[in-house]
Design a protein around this ligand. Structure first.
Ligand SMILES: [Zn+2]
Ligand SMILES: [Zn+2]
Length: 331
């Protein structure tokens, strides 16, 4: 089969790879579409010691069952493979399973024509739903998990709160759209890439802001979602959140700098980390996307898997306005 392989730092190679075979309990999937994630970019730059080349990256995948219990069924893959028997798994917090694995990390990912994955990781795609929309399920579920955490913490209903989202990549943008769907009227989204701001403005009615030019209003947001997760965005989050508010930290850009814990203490700010999603978050997000509740998804850019190396180079150079590039096999 053909696959897009991370072969060295800043090098992706489209080449022939051995086809996977399904072990006991696995299904064999023919991949249709797979999104490029910020974490794939992170690996491509050599910044993720867990992802060692040569490795097939990619975990935001949609395909069709070739071999398994439901042949011919279109499915979204839950890329998180968990033990299923620990307290976290039984308690519905599979994302915290100590045994968890992710496709495209220690095992082969989905930038390929085929993948083998446990049957229990398959989620059926509603009939007629475009594959590129279904490919947003994984980043969208990351956003939904973050929104649901914030909802548990804010002192008033989300619909009576306002929000700042830092970063208009797919996780940030989908977080913002899910907040709108929750009834949050004022959602401001900050991104430094002018091309991306322009594109997002064309497809959504979110308030956009260039944080390099205008700092978000100080102490004015009930919740702040940091979908970048770098030292400067953490500072921005603390400055922008209202006293008693919540900062939800999603991005994993770096682990640098310090945080003003004195200000956070005196202002009763809740800082909460959020990691991925549960299987239920994935199902709920897929249903949301299929329902059309998240608006016009025309901001997705589609390219062929064979041209995947150029997509990575364009993303790295900041030439790419789209919050999400979805790579398609066979086109
Ligand atoms: Zn992802
Ligand atoms: Zn477990």
């Amino acid at each position: 089969m053909k696959a897009l392989v991370y072969t060295a730092n800043e090098e992706m190679t489209y080449r022939e790879e051995p086809a996977p075979s399904a072990a006991d309990g696995d299904a064999l999937i023919s991949i249709d579409s797979v999104g490029i994630c910020g974490s794939d970019m992170h690996a491509y730059l050599g910044h993720d010691e867990r992802r060692v080349p040569p490795l097939i990256l990619g975990h935001e995948a949609v395909g069709t069952v070739l071999e398994g219990a439901q042949p011919g069924q279109r499915v979204v893959l839950n890329p998180l493979i968990t033990c299923g028997v620990c307290d976290h798994c039984h308690g519905g917090r599979q994302n915290l399973c100590a045994e968890r694995d992710l496709i495209g990390m220690y095992r082969a990912g989905a930038f390929a024509e085929q993948i083998a994955i446990p049957e229990r990781n398959l989620i059926p795609v509603p009939d007629g739903m475009p594959a590129e929309h279904a490919a947003l399920t994984e980043p969208g579920a990351t956003g939904l998990h973050a929104v649901l955490l914030a909802e548990r913490i804010v002192s008033r209903p989300l619909s009576e709160s306002n929000a700042l989202v830092i970063g208009a990549g797919s996780v940030g943008l989908l977080t913002a759209l899910l907040l709108r769907d929750k009834g949050v009227e004022q959602v401001v989204i900050a991104d430094t890439n002018p091309l991306r701001r322009e594109l997002v403005a064309r497809y959504t009615d979110l308030q956009l802001l260039d944080p390099l030019e205008t700092a978000p209003a100080e102490q004015s947001f009930d919740c702040v979602f940091d979908a970048v997760g770098g030292a400067p965005t953490r500072q921005q989050s603390i400055a922008a959140v209202r006293s008693g508010g919540v900062i939800v930290h999603i991005g994993l850009m770096d682990n640098q700098g310090s945080m003003d814990v004195r200000a956070m203490t005196l202002r009763e700010i809740t800082f909460v980390g959020t990691y991925t999603y549960t299987p239920v978050d994935l199902r709920a997000t897929l249903a949301k996307l299929a329902s059309g509740a998240l608006g016009d998804l025309g901001w997705i850019e589609q390219r062929s898997l064979a041209d995947g190396a150029a997509a990575f180079a364009d993303l790295l150079a900041g030439r790419c306005p789209a919050p999400k590039i979805v790579l398609r096999t066979g086109s």
